[in-house]
Design a binder for this molecule. Structure first.
Ligand code: RNT
Ligand code: ZN
Length: 421
């Protein structure tokens, strides 16, 4: 689209929004201040760079064989650079422990140290990107039995506690080096395929393990801890040790961030409604924005009602300053750079839509008991010229407008990705 057309459409849109009591410039200033944490694992199908890592026993499933997967950290950073150039705004990158760069020697998970992420930190610094982090409690022989932090085998449990401790130190260093607090998120695959005889033991051991991992005080100005629950996974259909109730209680009792993953609840249960409930008891929340489809919790995020409801709650409740927003999905059946771009642009669009909501009018209707007007206004807001505001934002941020980013991805596929086998 031509630059003049974008600006003309934007000017008209601003008038229309102003009539509804909405200030477009203000909405865009707010949008610009939101950094989304882009999950590195979409770029290589959650592979990582440990030669032995496989997803076996992780409860996660990556399907598809689209060519061009990043095979090295350099390739992954190159792909992330490409994706970030197609997304308006300044964002963050979310790493997992399996993305360590340990050179020619193998370093086991419990021995990982900040130096193994030196290149990631240098890369992030030159781009002014924040970093977030995750211990990897899966894809490892010591996770093969289905239990990590909740294992009854003390040597196994100890190993994973050490991994958790090591990862917090890495996260703290990331926060220090990048000048923005790193959120380190704990998710474990522990659970059972069929009915367990003992639900209590593993949960009590998990509680003990978390206490041990979090024992070291780390300054919140450089680092935050988050814990992520789940309803079920592949191979943990009957029992998941780290359930929502378990972590909600732990987070409240220990002042940790609760991570709500949009794909980790019953298929008819959304996380939007949970936000105002958990924010009554927690200062901050981490979101894993994802899209569940039937058994899978990790489809590429799109601008659907669930996503819009999450963004609306964050804006309506004035929670943007208390939430850390990350993406979490993996699709190996489409171009991976496109997968990042589609998901992150969709999330930003959802946030913009929410910021453009005629909030004052909706609240006035609600307070006045005018539920008819509230519903009518919500529906009318859907056909306001939001696309013109979005296009203008992309243009201003130096990101491609409309579908123009797709041509860039196709070009990148031709010149870079197709050379990878
Ligand atoms: C798994 C969790 C977890 C992972 C990543 C790779 O169900 O959602 O967040 O997706 O850590
Ligand atoms: Zn998640």
């Amino acid at each position: 689209m031509k630059k003049q057309s974008v600006e003309k459409a934007y000017a008209l849109a601003c008038e229309q929004y102003a009539d509804a009591g909405v200030d477009c410039e203000k909405a865009l200033r707010r949008l610009k201040s939101i950094a989304v944490s882009l999950h590195c694992w979409q770029g290589d199908d959650v592979g990582g760079f440990e030669r032995s890592a496989s997803m076996e026993g992780s409860g996660l499933q990556v399907t598809g064989g689209y060519p061009g997967r990043a095979r090295t950290a350099d390739e992954l950073r190159q792909d992330l650079d490409k994706a970030l150039s197609l997304i308006p705004g300044r964002h963050r990158v979310n790493l997992h422990a399996i993305y360590a760069e340990t050179g020619s020697h193998r370093v086991d998970r419990n021995e990982l140290a900040p130096e193994h992420f030196a290149r990631w930190m240098a890369w992030a610094r030159t781009r002014k990107l924040g970093l977030d982090f995750n211990p990897t409690f899966f894809a490892h022989p010591k996770a093969a039995a289905g239990f990590t932090l909740s294992s009854a085998d003390e040597s196994v449990r100890r190993f994973w506690v050490e991994h958790g401790i090591a990862c917090r130190r890495i996260g703290a260093t990331m926060g220090q080096k990048t000048g923005t607090p790193c959120v380190t998120n704990v998710w474990i695959p522990d659970g059972t395929k069929d009915l367990p005889a003992d639900r209590r033991g593993p949960r009590e051991r998990l509680q003990q393990s978390l206490d041990e991992i979090f024992a070291e005080e780390i300054d919140v100005s450089i680092h935050r801890d988050a814990i992520e629950g789940k309803l079920f996974g592949i191979g943990s259909e009957s029992y998941v040790v780290g359930s929502h109730e378990f972590y909600l209680g732990y987070a409240v009792a220990n002042d940790k961030l609760l991570c709500l993953d949009a794909g980790h609840f019953h298929p008819t249960e959304g996380i939007a409604d949970k936000l105002s409930a958990v924010f009554c008891h927690l200062d901050e929340v981490l979101l894993h924005v994802s899209r569940g489809v039937r058994w899978d919790s990790d489809h590429v995020v799109i601008l659907n009602d669930d996503l819009r409801a999450i963004a609306e709650e964050l804006v309506r409740g004035d929670y943007l300053g208390r939430v850390h927003i990350g993406l979490d999905y993996f699709d190996a059946s489409i171009n991976r750079v496109a997968a990042w771009t589609i998901g992150c642009r969709a999330l930003l669009k959802a946030l913009l839509l929410a910021l453009l909501e005629p909030a004052a009018r909706l609240r006035a209707a609600e307070r006045g008991g005018d539920t008819t007007g509230r519903l009518a206004l919500m529906e009318e807001a859907k056909s306001m010229p939001f696309g013109a505001v979005w296009d203008h934002y992309c243009l201003k941020q130096g990101a491609p407008v409309g579908e123009a980013w797709l041509a860039e991805v196709r070009q990148y596929e031709k010149t870079v990705l197709s050379g990878r086998t």
